[in-house]
Design a protein around this ligand. Sequence first.
Ligand code: HEC
Length: 141
Amino acid sequence: MTETQIRTHSSRSIRSVLALWTVASAFFYCYPATAADGNSGKTYTAEELRRSDWINDGMEKFNSACTYCHGSKGQGGKVKSFTERTGWKPETIHDVITNGRIRGANVMPPWGGSMSDDEIWKLVAYIKSLSLDFQGPLPPP
Ligand code: HEC
C-alpha cells in the first residue's frame, strides 16, 4: 500500500467506527428514557390486583412473552417458583418487569419500553394470582 492508500483506508475505518459508536450511544441514550416512559407512576395494591379480567389478560400476555424463560406458572426459571411465593410486593414485581434485572449470567430483560404500564400491571396481577397466599379472584369493579 502507498501512504495515501493507507491514509484513506484508515480514515474510512475510523469513520465506520464513529458511525457505529453514534448508533450504539443513541440506542443506549434512548433506551432508559423509553423504559421510564412505560412507567406511569401508578401503583396498585394486592387487593386491587385480584380483579379477574386483569388476571386473565395478564395470563395471556405471560404465555406469549414470558413462559419461554419462566414456564407457564413461573416454575421453570432461574428463581424460586412464582407458585411458592408469599407476601410478594406488587411494586417489586412491577419494577423487575419494567426495568429488568441482571444477576451474573441470569438476565431478565426490561419490558418497560415495549409494553404499556397497564399491561405490566396485568402481568403483576397474574403473577400475584399464582402465589401461595392468593386470596382468589374478584369480579372487575
Ligand atoms: C430471556 C428470558 C426471560 C424472559 C423472556 C422473561 N424473563 Fe423474567 N426473569 C428471567 C431471569 C433469568 C430472571 C432472574 C433474574 C435474577 O436472577 O435476578 C427473571 C426474573 C423475573 C422476575 C423476578 C423474580 C424474583 O424472584 O424476583 C419476575 C417477576 C419476572 N422475571 C417476570 C417476567 C415476566 C412477566 C416476563 C414476560 C413479560 C419475563 N419475566 C420474561 C428471565 C426472563
